[in-house]
Write a protein that binds this ligand. Structure first.
Ligand code: NDP
Ligand SMILES: O=C1O[C@H](COP(=O)(O)O)[C@@H](O)[C@H](O)[C@H]1O
Length: 400
C-alpha cells in the first residue's frame, strides 16, 4: 500500500535487511517513527482497529488478504486490538471461511496456537453491497468493539470494481459515525477506461479526502519489483547501458498456469488487459523505463512514471494479439481439461480475452525504437512473471 508517508525507509536501509528478523525490526521501528506520526499512519496500540474485508468470500480475500493479515498478526505488525470482519453476500459460517482460506495460509507447526488466536479476532457477516439495513447491522457489530465510540476503521474493497461506487456510498452513509479515522482500500482496475476512472475518482472525492483513499497495486509490493530501482540506479554497469543503444527490446511477461476458477463474475466483464496489463505490467514497464526520480518519495517516483507513460503513443490493434484459453482434453491434471468457457461463472459465448500481447513504444530519447512487449495470459503452461531485456548480454529477472 502506498501513501504519501510510506517512503520512510530508504534504499540503503533496505539493503541492510539480511535476515527476516532484521526486516521486521525495521518495519516495526518505521511504524513508530516520527515520519509516520500523521493521522492514520501511526501504529496505535491503545485504539481499537477494525478491518472490514468486503468480498470476503472471493479469490483475492482467500489468496492474498487473509494470508497477509495472518502474517501481520503473527509478526505483531498490527495493533493488538485489531478485529477483522469479512463481509459478502455468501452465507458462510466462520468454519467455511476458514476452510476457504486455509490452503493459502502459511503456518508452521509451532504457530498453530497463534493461528487459532488470529481466527479468534475474526468474524464474518453475510450482507448485500446495496442494502442500507445490512450496512447498519455491520456498523452495530463494529461499534461493539469500541470504547467511548473510538476506533480506526479500514475497509478493503476486494470486490468487482462495478461495486465500488455503491459500496463506498453505503460505507460513507452508515459506517463512519465513530471517532477515529476511516480508510478505504480500492483494488484495480480503477474503472474500465479514462471516463469511468475519472467518474470513480470524482465519486470517491465527494465521499472521502484523498488521504483516506488507498489505491492498491499489489505488484508494487513484490520484492523483485521493489528492487528494480536499486538494481537500475544503484548499479553503474546497468545504469549506464540502460538505453536504446544497448537494449534491443524489453519483454514483460505474466503467465498463470490456472484459469479463472469461478472468478468469471469479476473477470468476464474486465478481461486480461484491464485485469493485469493496464496496471501490473504497466507499473513494471514504468519502473523499467523511467528516469531516476529526485528522491524515493512516492510523489517523485509517481511523477517519473507519469512522464514515461505520457511518451507512449496509442497502441494500434495491429500490434496486439488476443486469445482465450481452451481446455486440453489430454491433460492429466483435472483443471487443465477445462477452457475459459467451461467455467460456470463465465457467461456462455463470452469473447473476453484471457491472453493479450501488445507492443508498446516509448517516444523519448532513452527508448526511441525499442519495443516493449507486454504479454499476459491465464490458463497458460507456466507460472511466471518476468521481464527480459535483450541487452549486450541477455538477462531475465523473475518477479513472481
Ligand atoms: N484474485 C486476485 O488474485 C486479485 C484480485 N484483485 C482485484 O480484487 C477485486 C476482486 O477480485 P476477486 O476476489 O478475484 O474477484 P471474485 O470474482 O472472487 O469476487 C469477489 C467477491 O465479490 C462478489 N461478487 C463477484 N461477482 C459479483 C457480482 N457480479 N455482483 C456482486 N457480487 C459479486 C462475490 O462475493 P459474494 O457473492 O459472496 O458477495 C465474490 O466472492 C478485483 O478488483 C480484482 O482486480 C487484485 C489483485 C489480485
Ligand atoms: O491482480 C491480479 O493478480 C493475480 C495474480 O497475482 P500474483 O501475485 O499471484 O501473481 C491474478 O490472478 C488476478 O487475475 C489479478 O486480478
Amino acid at each position: 500500500m502506498f501513501s504519501k508517508n510510506s517512503g520512510h525507509y530508504d534504499l540503503v536501509e533496505r539493503s541492510k535487511m539480511n535476515t527476516l528478523e532484521e526486516a521486521l525490526r525495521l518495519i516495526r521501528t518505521s511504524l513508530n517513527s516520527p515520519q509516520m506520526d500523521v493521522e492514520g499512519a501511526h501504529y496505535d496500540q491503545n485504539i481499537t482497529h477494525l478491518i472490514v474485508v468486503m468480498g470476503a468470500s472471493g479469490d483475492l480475500a482467500k489468496k492474498k488478504i487473509y494470508p497477509t493479515l495472518w502474517m501481520l498478526f503473527r509478526d505483531k505488525l498490527i495493533p493488538d486490538k485489531t478485529f477483522i470482519y469479512g463481509y459478502s453476500r455468501s452465507k458462510l459460517t466462520m468454519e467455511q471461511l476458514i476452510s476457504n482460506v486455509s490452503p493459502y495460509l502459511k503456518c508452521n507447526e509451532n504457530e498453530k496456537e497463534r493461528l487459532a488466536e488470529f481466527w479468534s479476532y475474526n468474524f464474518y457477516i453475510a450482507g448485500s453491497y446495496d442494502s442500507s439495513a445490512d450496512y447498519r447491522s455491520l456498523n452495530v457489530k463494529l461499534s461493539k468493539h469500541e470504547i467511548a465510540g473510538i476506533s480506526n476503521r479500514l475497509f478493503y474493497l476486494a470486490i468487482p470494481p462495478s461495486l465500488f461506487e455503491v459500496t463506498t456510498t453505503h460505507i460513507h452513509e452508515t459506517c463512519m459515525d465513530h471517532k477515529g479515522w476511516t480508510r478505504v482500500i480500492i483494488e484495480k482496475p480503477f474503472g474500465r477506461d479514462a471516463a469511468s476512472s475519472l467518474e470513480l475518482s470524482d465519486h470517491l472525492a465527494k465521499l472521502f479526502s484523498e488521504d483516506q483513499v488507498y489505491r492498491i497495486d499489489h505488484y508494487l509490493g513484490k520484492e523483485m519489483v521493489q528492487n528494480l530501482m536499486t538494481l537500475r540506479f544503484g548499479n553503474r554497469i546497468l545504469n549506464t547501458g540502460w538505453n536504446r543503444d544497448n537494449i534491443a527490446q524489453v519483454q514483460i511477461t505474466f503467465k498463470e498456469p490456472f484459469g479463472t476458477e469461478g472468478r468469471g463474475g469479476y473477470f468476464d466483464s474486465f478481461g486480461i488487459i484491464r485485469d493485469v496489463m493496464q496496471n501490473h505490467l504497466l507499473q513494471i514497464l514504468s519502473l523499467v523505463a523511467m528516469e531516476k526520480p529526485a528522491t524515493i518519495h512516492p510523489d517523485d517516483v509517481r511523477n517519473e512514471k507519469v512522464k514515461v507513460l505520457k511518451c507512449i503513443p496509442k497502441v494500434e490493434m495491429s500490434d496486439v494479439v488476443l486469445g482465450q484459453y481452451v481446455g486440453n482434453t489430454e491433460a492429466t491434471e483435472e483443471h487443465k481439461k477445462f477452457g475459459y468457457s467451461d467455467d460456470k461463472t463465465v457467461p456462455s459465448g463470452s469473447k473476453t480475452a484471457t491472453f493479450a500481447s501488445a507492443v508498446l513504444k516509448i517516444n523519448n530519447e532513452r527508448w526511441d525504437g525499442v519495443p516493449f512487449i507486454l504479454k499476459c495470459g491465464k490458463g497458460m503452461c507456466l507460472s511466471n512473471l518476468f521481464y527480459k531485456c535483450h541487452f549486450l548480454f541477455y538477462f531475465v529477472l523473475n518477479v513472481s
